[in-house]
Design a protein around this ligand. Sequence first.
Ligand code: ADP
Ligand code: ZN
Length: 267
Amino acid sequence: MIPGGRLVVLGKQGAGKGTQCVRLSHHYVIPHISTGDMLRGETKAGTALGVEAQSYMDTGELIPDEVVLKMVAQRLDQDDTRTRGFVLDGFPRTVAQAEGLDDLLVPASLDLAINIVVPTPLVLRRLASRRVCEDCAAIYSTAAPPRIAWICDACGGEVIHREDDTEAAIHRRLDLYEQQTQPLIAWYRRAHKLVSVSGVGSPETVSDRLIRAIDDHRAATGGFSAPLRTSGMTSAGRAGATSASAGIGSGPDPAAEPSGRPGGAGS
Ligand code: ADP
Ligand code: ZN
């Protein structure tokens, strides 16, 4: 395993992005950046951003692009993401956000977008039973609760049913996913930066699949472009390292679209 990488994870609500991003973050030793978790943190802390975000989030609407982009820009400017990379969860969600992300990364670039594919009936079932830790965002379900009733195993925080995991908000979020986020799949495919992986199965099965797809893509394209070294690297150094691998190949999509696509027969 080679540590580091600049990754984006795409997938419907309930596809397992949060769970899988935590696993990828440990495996590749890269920070996990979830815009949903960041926004919920702002709301909990009562910041101006949090107050603005709350009304959008409760009803399942998207926060305006420029607001989210500003928040992500600040996070990507930290040392850990500059030197090791990141796995982005819940961002980008619109083509404008994806373009904004590309601009933020110059002179480097994104390595790969991973699309976790799960049929809609299954995500609806998962969302209805999903429970999350209010403090650390660990994910549980009614079928796999924490050891002590609704107290987080990891941090002792309260494990709750998210306010926006109501039926109306879920449907709104899934509609917006189709309208605004689904186009990103074609966008990243055209850039030869997409792998699609089935998200059906246990968390372990799915993370094994993801890691294989990422490593295969990395091998097929001759490694990631990321100049992931120590902090304090000059921008000239970064630019040099990036242009050295500018001719990244367009390897095949190693995990071809699985059969369980949206609208498929379900699992
Ligand atoms: P889910 O993927 O289940 O919708 P998230 O935790 O990723 O959950 O996001 C929760 C809410 O936070 C979204 O419904 C939206 O209001 C807001 N949000 C998160 N990320 C973004 C983003 N990239 N752009 C706009 N809004 C966002
Ligand atoms: Zn917790």
